[in-house]
Design a protein around this ligand. Structure first.
Ligand SMILES: NC(=O)c1ccc[n+]([C@@H]2O[C@H](COP(=O)([O-])OP(=O)(O)OC[C@H]3O[C@@H](n4cnc5c(N)ncnc54)[C@H](OP(=O)(O)O)[C@@H]3O)[C@@H](O)[C@H]2O)c1
Length: 252
């Protein structure tokens, strides 16, 4: 089945996309990675302008839609997805799998509102769909830690509760979901454990043998409060199997 199935992967150059593309190829799919920047074997497409999208979806059976731009989410995520699906429906695409984020309906944040609006566009597109909401990727959590320690100490809200997940596990879950009929549902997916940001930061420093202090503060505002309450965690099963500590052990 997979060898006769062409999969367009938007956001193929991103954190998840770089793992997704080789995995789909190894599973026997005909993979068409999309980026704004043309490369051999890839298709060029821009969600903001619509350029290249009609060509990108030609002959495609499944779209794994990963492209996103937090700073330009209205034009890229919301309107861009509308543009993509408007050409995908007449092209006969049979399944769109959209990757969203756990807790976007519980955490007040403009990017998350755009993700929620994008989910609605997928739901109304007329194309059979599956929406996979994922927890924060390990690699993204590490990027947050690096950004928050730019001045020296690691500045964190120690009570944030996260359920970080490996991009490899998310990619595996996507492979399972596109092998099955579209569910027409929103499915949540998290890592194997819920951790406080304090635990995450301490284990990160220990893995890197770093001596930086942690400065703990209670971040004000509704977004931080929701994350403290565990709004981005899920009880959904299955979960990923690779833990945050596995990620650190592999990297350091
Ligand atoms: N990061 C996380 O922790 C996390 C957690 C849960 C869910 N998610 C969701 O998972 C998906 C993938 O996340 P990620 O972290 O892998 O993303 P990422 O690394 O930020 O990559 C985003 C991708 O979007 C593409 N893109 C941006 N603007 C575009 C445009 N105008 N037209 C076409 N493509 C465009 C970029 O491709 P080019 O630059 O090559 O064009 C890039 O490959 C996103 O939908 C995100 O919301 C992320």
């Amino acid at each position: 089945m997979s060898e006769n199935t062409t999969v367009l992967v938007t956001g193929a150059s991103g954190r998840l996309g770089t793992v997704m593309v080789p995995l789909l190829a190894a599973e026997g799919y005909r993979v068409r990675p999309m980026s704004r920047h043309a490369k051999p074997g890839w298709v060029a497409g821009d969600l903001r302008t619509g350029e290249g999208l009609a060509e990108a979806v030609e002959g495609v059976d499944v779209i794994v839609h990963l492209a996103s731009a937090a700073g330009k989410s209205q034009q890229t995520d919301v309107q861009g997805t509308e543009r993509l699906l408007a050409v995908a429906a007449p092209a006969g695409v049979k399944h769109v799998l959209y990757v969203s984020i756990n807790g976007i309906d519980r955490v007040p944040y403009s990017y998350y509102r755009a993700k929620l609006d994008t989910e609605k566009i997928v739901e109304r597109s007329g194309i059979p769909y599956t929406i996979l909401r994922a927890a924060q990727f390990h690699v993204f959590v590490e990027m947050l830690l690096s950004a928050s320690s730019r001045l020296g100490p690691v500045l964190i809200d120690p009570s944030w509760r996260l359920q970080p997940v490996a991009v490899e596990d998310v990619a595996d879950r996507i492979v399972e979901l596109i092998a099955a009929p579209p569910t027409g549902e929103i499915i949540e997916y998290g890592g194997p454990e819920v951790l406080t940001f304090d635990e995450i930061a301490r284990s990160w420093l220990a893995a890197r043998h770093a001596k930086r202090p942690i400065w703990r503060l209670r971040i004000p505002g509704g977004m931080a409060k929701a994350i403290r309450s565990g709004a981005q965690t899920t009880t959904a099963t299955p979960t990923g199997t690779r833990s945050w500590r596995d990620y650190l052990a592999t990297k350091y």
